[in-house]
Design a protein around this ligand. Structure first.
Ligand code: WTA
Length: 646
């Protein structure tokens, strides 16, 4: 395939350390293979057994799977409640155990036991009910990384409300679009949060979003995070006051296995983000099982995942997966280098973290900052390291293993997506020999394949990555747009789930995920659609047309390069370039700020009028970014030369 080629040749293999394997939940390749074989032979029996082991079902399910591609329904007729499974069922044994261990960016520590978390969730759940929230209603969550983010999600789940968490780094415009699309009636937010020593103005953004028009939104509940209590206006409620008035007794609402649990917006290849819908039973089973299998959690473990709850990793592996397993989840509010470059290592030492899960972009950044920062801290509590979000280059993988894991901790490179709900391809740390840069093998019950352009299976080599059988935590649809769901994920090969990623399989059957084959880019661990950035640029009055592509970047994985044509009366200038970058940051969020913005006389197009993105990617990759952006590039000559091979 011309656009999926890999040059990476990596021959190092690391076997699981024997003493790690001895204690692991899955401690050998034989055990792993036996589970895979069980799932292959009788999927229904395999999944029924897992579902019964992982969750309390208030009403047992009957049929395991109803698969009418592309629609799956799992554990039919069963009723359960995710908050009950995360909290109530642990109380007899774990009431006094730490559930959440939190450190704010300014440095304060707060610990919530399972009993305390349970009570706070019940109070907020009752407060939501008092505001009129019923099962199936959508609740927006726009909070900093404080325990209240987890409390908010669990309170929704407890009453069958559907949460839609919007990352605190998103702008007022992005927040408005998401809440309006979800039809949220209540928004849970805070006056602010701390990031890089500054205050993130969440309430101001929430107010601006509301003012811009969210027809369904009736109430905003405001958690006070800043020292000064905010002056609330009509329609706004103080979180603490509402919860103080509410009863701490809130029986769980038993919901059907297929009851919607959450909507999480993610980027696709059009300008409009997709509301990925997950439902209760299947999602919960897989979040629970994968957390235990992949992170090999044991009694007394402290587990720390650096993801924000605004992304799917924060849903499955900060909140739900760890709590389903009765683990202590460590939550950190702030930036990884505030106040200093050793912040995360200091947190690991201070909280005696055993399992640590972060993103390659962070690992690369720390690698650059120097080994002296981790070396200052005692990292001997660490037992296992995880990576997620983009391909991890072998050097970063080796550095992570050697410097952070001190050669002692296995590294699990976990491949998955917002749409998959949980990890699908990953080493099992006590069983799978790892190769730096490879997510290795599918978890038991997951059947991925690499297919070539014609749809033939690629045994060894590169192609597009598909998942060929349904799995419990797969997305059910795109909220409000089932046609887009079908087109995006099931049109490429009918009946097979298309991931949007390219991958290579090696002679050992190991998967090496290369990256997106569609117009989605992973920038510093954040998933962005180039079309979203283009829409934001074109919404600026001076822009005529825009095309955005990714350029490989040593630190961010991918950097955003924008090619812009301006309207007739407008002069390109450095000042305008800066203004346009700031405009994107305002429309979407600072994390989406373009790295490079170049003015073009015209965008290169094929004869049929399609923007020649491959050419733009080559142009973007071939030149350094410090050039003067005010010169209009004439891409039409290049375009004419390329017409034949696009
Ligand atoms: C990429 C994040 C290589 C991939 C959980 C996928 C990865 C997209 C890996 C999903 C990995 C995630 N190796 N690539 N271990 N993990 N990706 O929805 O391109 O934010 O399609 O979910 O991230 O990003 P999302």
């Amino acid at each position: 395939m011309s656009d999926i080629s890999t040059v990476l040749q990596e021959h190092r293999v690391f076997a699981p350390p024997p003493d790690f394997a001895k204690k692991a939940h899955i401690g050998s390749l034989e055990q792993y293979r036996a589970l895979c074989a069980e799932a292959a032979a009788d999927g229904d029996a395999f999944w029924a057994a897992r579902a019964k082991e992982e969750l309390h079902w208030q009403t047992p399910f009957g049929q395991v799977l109803d698969w009418k591609p592309p629609h799956a329904r799992w554990f039919l007729g069963g009723t359960t409640n995710l908050a009950f499974n995360c909290l109530d069922r642990h109380l007899p044994k774990r009431a006094a155990q730490e559930a959440i261990r939190f450190e704010g960016e300014p440095g304060e520590v707060r610990v919530l036991t399972y009993q305390q978390l349970f009570e706070q969730v019940c109070r907020l759940a009752n407060a939501l009910k008092a505001l009129g929230v019923k099962a199936g209603d959508r609740v927006g969550i726009y909070l900093p990384m404080v325990p209240e983010a987890a409390i908010a999600m669990l309170a929704c789940a407890r009453i069958g409300a559907v949460h839609s968490v919007v990352f605190g780094g998103f702008s007022a415009e992005a927040l408005r679009d998401r809440l309006a699309d979800a039809g949220a009636t209540v928004l849970l937010t805070a006056d602010g949060g701390y990031r890089k020593g500054a205050v993130v103005p969440l309430l101001a953004n929430a107010r601006a979003a509301k003012a811009a028009g969210i027809p369904t939104l009736q109430h905003t509940v405001v958690f006070q995070r800043l020292p000064q209590a905010p002056a609330l206006v009509a329609g706004e409620h103080d979180w603490a006051a509402l919860c103080a008035r509410a009863s701490a007794d809130c029986p769980p609402t038993w919901v059907d296995s297929e009851h919607p649990l959450f909507i999480l917006y993610t980027s696709g290849s059009t300008g409009k983000p997709k509301g990925v819908l997950h439902t209760t039973g299947g999602y919960s089973v897989w979040a629970s099982l994968t957390t235990r299998w992949v992170f090999d959690l044991h009694e007394g473990d402290r587990y720390f995942c650096t993801a924000d709850v605004g992304w799917v990793t924060g849903h499955s592996y900060v909140v739900y997966g760890p709590l389903l397993n009765g683990t202590t989840t460590v939550i950190y509010e702030g930036a990884p280098t505030t106040p200093g470059p050793d912040r995360l290592w200091q947190l690991i030492a201070a909280h005696q973290v055993n399992v640590f899960y972060t993103a390659p972009t962070a690992i690369r950044a720390f690698m650059r900052l120097g080994d002296e920062h981790p070396r200052k801290h005692d990292l001997s509590s660490l037992r296992l390291l995880g990576s997620v979000g983009e391909p991890i280059n072998p050097e970063a993988w080796m550095w992570y293993r050697d410097v952070i894991g001190q050669g002692r901790c296995p590294v699990v490179d976990t491949w998955w997506q917002t749409e998959t709900g949980g990890i699908l391809i990953s080493p099992l740390p006590g069983a799978t020999p790892t190769k730096p840069g490879s997510a290795t093998l599918p978890l038991p019950g997951i059947f991925p394949e690499v297919l070539d352009q014609k749809g033939n299976r690629v045994e060894v080599g590169a192609g597009k990555l598909f998942v060929t059988r349904p799995w419990p935590s797969m997305l059910r649809t795109v909220w409000g747009d089932d046609e887009r769901f079908q087109k995006t994920y099931f049109a490429e090969r009918p009946g097979l789930y298309f991931t949007g990623d390219g991958a290579r399989r090696d002679a050992d059957g190991y998967f090496w995920v290369i990256g997106r084959v569609d117009d989605v880019v992973n920038v510093a661990g954040h998933r962005l659609g180039t079309a979203e950035i283009e829409s934001a640029l074109v919404s600026h009055g001076k822009v005529a047309e825009a095309a955005v592509v990714g350029r490989p970047d040593a630190l961010k994985g991918t950097a955003l390069v924008c090619f812009v044509t301006v309207k007739a009366s407008v002069e390109p200038s450095e000042a305008l370039a800066a203004e346009l970058k700031a405009h994107v940051a305002k429309e979407i969020g600072a994390f989406a700020r373009p790295d490079d913005l170049r003015f073009a006389a015209a965008l290169p197009k094929t004869r049929s009028g399609k923007i020649m993105r491959r050419l733009l990617r080559d142009v973007a990759a071939g030149q350094d970014s410090k050039q003067d952006t005010t010169t209009l590039e004439d891409l039409s000559v290049l375009a004419a030369l390329r017409q034949d091979d696009e």
